[in-house]
Ligand binder design. Structure first.
Ligand code: GLY
Ligand code: GLY
Length: 297
């Protein structure tokens, strides 16, 4: 029996002071929801979905309710799930009215022969499996509007501003690793823009033989370096998970001047978390002990 471990993140960037307490409470609640599944002998897949659902419902995160707004002040959400046992994956992009995008990503993975679905076809799968719909009015929060207005003045993310994406990586008692990532994307994005999150190897990756990763940060940079897969490439070369996490972010900074963060696990349950933005909120449970963080150590 393997000792289960879970780590979650609630996004990188500046994370304004007004969100710090809610974000720390949110990731704690999320990681506990995932841990309950793992402690009862449940699967890593069920654990990451449970953890991400909490964050999708929490208005202080950029996923589900509370997603960042497009240039038209609308919401378009992306998500990715991956099962490290068989390298199965499911992704959805540009969702406008599904309450839990990560559940739809899982349906794509488990119930269709495909990996990524968008638009009308993704909505059909949501209908087919009775997944809960939600209106744009209910997805848009006051915080998202405020962030949009701040963005309109600056038109760029930075150290004191913005928050992004949620994710979870878990190792279960059978030794399976799963990862889940969900986002409303970057505030002010063009309508129809898809970020890194639904792209396998960018927003996340899981392989029981190497480890699991979920990322956050500047999507256009993350996808260019395949950030999640890059961490696992370094780990495959024998690098410890924390060092691999920092090295991959360093490569993204040097190569494409991109900022971001990530969480990672290896098959022995060692944890990595790193970020090159001002903040990234995260929480982990290992040996029943909870740890949380938001500032650079
Ligand atoms: N290689 C083309 C497709 O699978 O869509
Ligand atoms: N990392 C989230 C996005 O850029 O969409």
């Amino acid at each position: 029996m393997v000792k289960p471990v879970i780590i979650v993140h609630g996004g990188a960037w500046g994370i304004p002071d007004r969100l710090v307490e809610a974000n720390l409470n949110g990731v704690e609640e999320s990681v506990k929801a995932g841990w309950i599944v793992l402690e009862a002998g449940g699967s890593a897949l069920d654990a990451v979905v449970a953890a991400v659902n909490v964050l999708e419902d929490d208005p202080s995160f950029d996923a589900g309710i509370g997603s960042g707004l497009t240039e038209d002040r609308t919401i378009e959400m992306d998500s990715l799930i991956m099962d490290g046992a068989k390298l199965d994956a499911g992704a959805v992009a540009g969702l406008k009215d599904v309450r839990y995008p990560i559940r739809l990503a899982r349906k794509v993975m488990e119930e269709t022969p495909h990996v990524m679905m968008i638009g009308e076809g993704a909505s059909r799968i949501a209908d087919e499996f009775g997944l809960e719909r939600i209106t744009q009015e209910k997805l848009v929060t006051g915080e998202a509007v405020r962030e949009f207005e701040e963005w309109s003045e600056k038109a760029v993310f930075g150290d004191s501003f913005g928050h992004d994406t949620v994710g979870a990586v878990a190792l279960d008692s059978d030794g399976n690793i799963a990862t889940a990532t969900s986002t409303g994307g970057v505030t002010g994005k063009r309508v129809g823009r898809i970020g890194d999150v639904p792209l396998i190897g960018s927003g996340g990756y899981a392989d029981n033989k190497v480890g699991g990763v979920s990322t956050t940060g500047h999507g256009e940079s993350i996808m260019k370096v395949n950030l999640a897969k890059l961490v696992l490439t370094y780990m495959n070369m024998g690098m410890p998970v924390q060092e691999a996490s920092e090295k991959a972010l360093g490569y993204m900074k040097v190569r494409v001047n991109g900022q971001g963060g990530l969480i990672a696990l290896d098959p022995d349950g060692n944890i990595g978390h790193a970020f090159t933005t001002k903040r990234m909120v995260w929480a982990s449970i290992k040996d029943g002990k909870i740890e949380t963080g938001i500032e650079t150590s």
